[in-house]
Ligand binder design. Structure first.
Ligand code: NAP
Length: 236
Protein backbone atom coordinates (compact mmCIF):
# COMPACT_ATOMS: atom_id res chain seq x y z
CA UNK A 1 0.00 0.00 0.00
CA UNK A 2 0.93 3.64 -0.37
CA UNK A 3 0.80 5.27 3.05
CA UNK A 4 1.29 8.93 4.03
CA UNK A 5 2.31 9.96 7.54
CA UNK A 6 1.42 13.50 8.65
CA UNK A 7 4.11 14.66 11.08
CA UNK A 8 6.23 11.72 9.94
CA UNK A 9 9.50 13.42 10.89
CA UNK A 10 8.68 12.97 14.60
CA UNK A 11 9.27 10.07 16.97
CA UNK A 12 6.01 8.22 16.38
CA UNK A 13 5.76 8.86 12.64
CA UNK A 14 9.38 7.86 12.13
CA UNK A 15 8.92 4.67 14.15
CA UNK A 16 5.85 3.66 12.17
CA UNK A 17 7.64 4.47 8.89
CA UNK A 18 10.54 2.19 9.86
CA UNK A 19 8.31 -0.74 10.78
CA UNK A 20 5.80 -0.38 7.93
CA UNK A 21 8.42 0.14 5.19
CA UNK A 22 9.15 -3.57 5.29
CA UNK A 23 6.00 -4.02 3.18
CA UNK A 24 4.67 -0.58 2.23
CA UNK A 25 5.58 2.58 0.33
CA UNK A 26 5.74 5.24 3.02
CA UNK A 27 5.89 9.02 2.58
CA UNK A 28 6.71 10.99 5.72
CA UNK A 29 5.20 14.46 5.82
CA UNK A 30 6.51 17.67 7.34
CA UNK A 31 5.90 21.41 7.30
CA UNK A 32 9.32 21.68 5.63
CA UNK A 33 10.25 19.78 2.49
CA UNK A 34 13.95 19.88 3.44
CA UNK A 35 13.22 18.33 6.83
CA UNK A 36 11.01 15.67 5.22
CA UNK A 37 13.73 14.72 2.74
CA UNK A 38 16.44 14.62 5.36
CA UNK A 39 14.34 12.54 7.79
CA UNK A 40 13.12 10.14 5.10
CA UNK A 41 16.67 9.60 3.84
CA UNK A 42 17.86 8.69 7.33
CA UNK A 43 14.86 6.45 7.98
CA UNK A 44 15.20 4.62 4.67
CA UNK A 45 18.92 4.03 5.20
CA UNK A 46 18.17 2.59 8.66
CA UNK A 47 15.37 0.38 7.30
CA UNK A 48 17.44 -0.87 4.36
CA UNK A 49 20.38 -1.59 6.64
CA UNK A 50 18.21 -3.74 8.86
CA UNK A 51 15.78 -5.43 6.44
CA UNK A 52 18.31 -5.78 3.57
CA UNK A 53 16.79 -7.74 0.66
CA UNK A 54 13.59 -8.50 2.62
CA UNK A 55 12.52 -4.84 2.35
CA UNK A 56 9.70 -4.54 -0.18
CA UNK A 57 8.69 -0.96 0.60
CA UNK A 58 10.36 2.46 0.68
CA UNK A 59 10.46 5.73 2.63
CA UNK A 60 10.30 9.11 0.92
CA UNK A 61 9.52 12.61 2.20
CA UNK A 62 7.18 15.47 1.21
CA UNK A 63 5.21 18.37 2.58
CA UNK A 64 2.25 17.29 4.75
CA UNK A 65 -0.22 18.47 2.11
CA UNK A 66 1.51 16.33 -0.51
CA UNK A 67 1.50 13.05 1.43
CA UNK A 68 -2.27 12.82 1.14
CA UNK A 69 -3.02 12.38 -2.55
CA UNK A 70 -2.93 8.83 -3.92
CA UNK A 71 -2.37 7.20 -0.51
CA UNK A 72 -4.73 4.48 0.68
CA UNK A 73 -4.03 5.25 4.32
CA UNK A 74 -2.99 8.52 5.96
CA UNK A 75 -1.57 8.14 9.46
CA UNK A 76 -1.71 11.22 11.65
CA UNK A 77 1.18 11.54 14.11
CA UNK A 78 0.98 15.26 14.84
CA UNK A 79 0.83 16.85 18.30
CA UNK A 80 -2.77 17.16 19.51
CA UNK A 81 -2.56 20.96 19.31
CA UNK A 82 -1.97 20.78 15.53
CA UNK A 83 -3.84 17.59 14.63
CA UNK A 84 -7.28 18.96 13.80
CA UNK A 85 -6.18 22.25 12.25
CA UNK A 86 -3.62 20.61 9.95
CA UNK A 87 -6.14 18.09 8.61
CA UNK A 88 -8.77 20.78 8.18
CA UNK A 89 -6.39 22.65 5.83
CA UNK A 90 -5.84 19.61 3.60
CA UNK A 91 -9.26 17.96 3.74
CA UNK A 92 -10.01 19.04 0.15
CA UNK A 93 -7.25 16.70 -1.04
CA UNK A 94 -8.79 13.65 0.64
CA UNK A 95 -11.12 11.22 -1.14
CA UNK A 96 -13.84 9.10 0.54
CA UNK A 97 -12.07 5.80 -0.21
CA UNK A 98 -9.09 6.80 1.96
CA UNK A 99 -8.74 6.03 5.66
CA UNK A 100 -7.20 8.39 8.21
CA UNK A 101 -5.57 6.74 11.23
CA UNK A 102 -5.33 8.88 14.36
CA UNK A 103 -2.49 8.07 16.78
CA UNK A 104 -3.03 11.38 18.54
CA UNK A 105 -3.06 11.62 22.35
CA UNK A 106 -4.28 14.90 23.83
CA UNK A 107 -2.77 15.13 27.31
CA UNK A 108 -1.15 17.64 29.58
CA UNK A 109 1.44 17.54 32.31
CA UNK A 110 0.55 18.63 35.82
CA UNK A 111 3.64 18.59 37.97
CA UNK A 112 5.34 15.23 37.39
CA UNK A 113 2.16 13.50 36.20
CA UNK A 114 -0.07 13.47 33.11
CA UNK A 115 -3.82 13.70 32.53
CA UNK A 116 -5.92 13.23 29.40
CA UNK A 117 -6.83 16.69 28.19
CA UNK A 118 -9.30 17.24 25.36
CA UNK A 119 -8.26 19.20 22.29
CA UNK A 120 -9.64 22.72 22.20
CA UNK A 121 -11.36 23.08 18.81
CA UNK A 122 -13.37 26.05 17.59
CA UNK A 123 -12.48 27.87 20.80
CA UNK A 124 -14.30 25.26 22.91
CA UNK A 125 -13.00 22.43 25.04
CA UNK A 126 -15.14 19.73 23.48
CA UNK A 127 -14.37 16.87 25.85
CA UNK A 128 -14.35 14.53 22.89
CA UNK A 129 -11.50 12.36 21.70
CA UNK A 130 -8.96 13.74 19.27
CA UNK A 131 -10.05 11.04 16.82
CA UNK A 132 -13.68 12.24 16.89
CA UNK A 133 -12.63 15.83 16.26
CA UNK A 134 -10.44 14.67 13.38
CA UNK A 135 -13.42 12.67 12.04
CA UNK A 136 -15.54 15.83 12.15
CA UNK A 137 -12.84 17.70 10.21
CA UNK A 138 -12.46 15.13 7.40
CA UNK A 139 -15.96 13.60 7.01
CA UNK A 140 -17.01 11.68 4.92
CA UNK A 141 -13.51 10.14 4.98
CA UNK A 142 -13.39 7.48 7.70
CA UNK A 143 -11.14 7.89 10.72
CA UNK A 144 -9.85 4.96 12.76
CA UNK A 145 -8.05 5.35 16.08
CA UNK A 146 -4.97 3.15 16.73
CA UNK A 147 -1.38 2.90 18.04
CA UNK A 148 -1.78 5.32 21.00
CA UNK A 149 -0.36 2.85 23.53
CA UNK A 150 2.65 1.81 21.44
CA UNK A 151 5.73 3.77 22.60
CA UNK A 152 7.60 5.31 19.65
CA UNK A 153 10.83 4.13 21.24
CA UNK A 154 9.82 0.48 20.71
CA UNK A 155 9.14 1.12 17.02
CA UNK A 156 12.37 3.04 16.47
CA UNK A 157 14.40 0.20 17.99
CA UNK A 158 14.05 -1.54 14.64
CA UNK A 159 15.54 -4.85 15.78
CA UNK A 160 13.53 -4.93 19.01
CA UNK A 161 10.91 -7.68 19.22
CA UNK A 162 7.39 -6.41 19.95
CA UNK A 163 4.69 -8.27 21.87
CA UNK A 164 1.90 -5.73 22.31
CA UNK A 165 -1.78 -5.14 21.69
CA UNK A 166 -3.05 -2.22 19.62
CA UNK A 167 -6.58 -1.09 20.45
CA UNK A 168 -8.48 -0.13 17.30
CA UNK A 169 -11.63 2.04 17.46
CA UNK A 170 -13.74 3.11 14.50
CA UNK A 171 -17.27 3.39 13.15
CA UNK A 172 -16.77 1.98 9.64
CA UNK A 173 -16.15 -1.78 9.67
CA UNK A 174 -14.29 -1.77 6.35
CA UNK A 175 -11.94 0.98 7.53
CA UNK A 176 -11.39 -0.81 10.85
CA UNK A 177 -10.51 -4.06 9.04
CA UNK A 178 -8.05 -2.21 6.83
CA UNK A 179 -6.29 -0.76 9.88
CA UNK A 180 -6.35 -4.16 11.66
CA UNK A 181 -4.43 -5.51 8.64
CA UNK A 182 -1.97 -2.63 8.82
CA UNK A 183 -1.29 -3.36 12.51
CA UNK A 184 -0.73 -7.06 11.70
CA UNK A 185 1.89 -6.01 9.13
CA UNK A 186 4.15 -5.04 12.05
CA UNK A 187 5.37 -8.31 13.57
CA UNK A 188 4.58 -8.58 17.26
CA UNK A 189 1.59 -6.20 17.25
CA UNK A 190 -1.88 -7.71 17.76
CA UNK A 191 -4.84 -5.51 16.78
CA UNK A 192 -7.92 -5.70 19.02
CA UNK A 193 -11.21 -4.03 18.07
CA UNK A 194 -12.62 -1.92 20.90
CA UNK A 195 -15.80 -0.55 19.34
CA UNK A 196 -16.90 2.79 17.88
CA UNK A 197 -14.74 5.86 17.41
CA UNK A 198 -16.34 7.41 20.52
CA UNK A 199 -14.33 4.86 22.52
CA UNK A 200 -11.11 6.45 21.30
CA UNK A 201 -11.42 8.73 24.32
CA UNK A 202 -10.65 5.79 26.62
CA UNK A 203 -7.85 4.52 24.40
CA UNK A 204 -6.25 7.98 24.27
CA UNK A 205 -6.58 8.25 28.05
CA UNK A 206 -4.51 5.09 28.53
CA UNK A 207 -1.32 6.90 27.50
CA UNK A 208 -1.23 9.33 30.46
CA UNK A 209 -2.09 6.39 32.72
CA UNK A 210 0.84 4.38 31.34
CA UNK A 211 3.19 7.36 31.73
CA UNK A 212 2.06 7.87 35.32
CA UNK A 213 2.49 4.15 36.02
CA UNK A 214 6.04 4.48 34.72
CA UNK A 215 6.80 7.57 36.80
CA UNK A 216 5.16 6.38 40.03
CA UNK A 217 6.32 2.77 39.89
CA UNK A 218 9.71 3.02 38.23
CA UNK A 219 8.72 1.21 35.01
CA UNK A 220 10.50 1.72 31.71
CA UNK A 221 8.15 2.76 28.86
CA UNK A 222 5.25 0.40 29.71
CA UNK A 223 2.71 -0.60 27.08
CA UNK A 224 -0.29 -2.93 27.23
CA UNK A 225 -1.35 -6.44 26.43
CA UNK A 226 -4.87 -7.66 27.21
CA UNK A 227 -4.83 -11.14 28.66
CA UNK A 228 -7.68 -13.63 28.99
CA UNK A 229 -8.28 -15.44 32.27
CA UNK A 230 -6.25 -18.66 32.16
CA UNK A 231 -6.95 -20.56 35.36
CA UNK A 232 -4.52 -23.24 36.36
CA UNK A 233 -6.67 -26.35 35.89
CA UNK A 234 -4.09 -28.76 37.26
CA UNK A 235 -5.24 -30.67 40.35
CA UNK A 236 -3.11 -29.95 43.40
N1 NAP B 1 5.97 9.46 21.07
C1 NAP B 1 5.23 8.38 21.38
O1 NAP B 1 5.72 7.42 22.01
C2 NAP B 1 3.79 8.31 20.95
C3 NAP B 1 3.10 7.09 21.08
C4 NAP B 1 1.77 7.01 20.68
C5 NAP B 1 1.14 8.14 20.17
N2 NAP B 1 1.83 9.33 20.06
C6 NAP B 1 1.14 10.49 19.52
O2 NAP B 1 1.65 10.74 18.22
C7 NAP B 1 1.71 12.15 17.99
C8 NAP B 1 3.13 12.55 17.66
O3 NAP B 1 3.97 12.26 18.76
P1 NAP B 1 5.55 12.45 18.63
O4 NAP B 1 6.15 12.05 19.90
O5 NAP B 1 6.02 11.81 17.37
O6 NAP B 1 5.64 14.04 18.48
P2 NAP B 1 6.76 14.97 17.92
O7 NAP B 1 7.97 14.17 17.57
O8 NAP B 1 6.95 16.06 18.91
O9 NAP B 1 6.06 15.66 16.67
C9 NAP B 1 5.72 15.03 15.47
C10 NAP B 1 5.87 16.01 14.31
O10 NAP B 1 4.81 16.95 14.33
C11 NAP B 1 5.24 18.13 13.62
N3 NAP B 1 4.77 19.30 14.36
C12 NAP B 1 5.16 19.72 15.58
N4 NAP B 1 4.49 20.82 15.97
C13 NAP B 1 3.65 21.11 14.93
C14 NAP B 1 2.71 22.15 14.70
N5 NAP B 1 2.46 23.10 15.61
N6 NAP B 1 2.03 22.14 13.52
C15 NAP B 1 2.23 21.17 12.60
N7 NAP B 1 3.14 20.17 12.77
C16 NAP B 1 3.83 20.14 13.91
C17 NAP B 1 6.76 18.07 13.54
O11 NAP B 1 7.11 17.87 12.17
P3 NAP B 1 7.74 19.01 11.23
O12 NAP B 1 8.51 19.97 12.12
O13 NAP B 1 8.63 18.22 10.35
O14 NAP B 1 6.58 19.64 10.55
C18 NAP B 1 7.14 16.85 14.35
O15 NAP B 1 8.22 16.14 13.81
C19 NAP B 1 1.18 12.83 19.25
O16 NAP B 1 -0.18 13.16 19.09
C20 NAP B 1 1.35 11.78 20.32
O17 NAP B 1 0.42 11.90 21.35
C21 NAP B 1 3.14 9.42 20.43
Amino acid sequence: MKIGILGGTGNMGGGLALRLSLKHEITVGSRSVDKAEEASGELEAKAQGFYQSAMRGSITGALNEDVVEGREIIIETLPASAAVTTLATIRDRLTPDQVVVSCVVPMKRQGRLYTWSPVVAGGRDQSRSAAELIQEAVAPVNVVSAFQTVPAQYLNDIGGMLDLDVLVAGDDLGAVEKVMGLVRDIPGLRPLKVGPLANSKWVEALTPLLLNAAILNGLHDPSIRIVPWSPDTEET
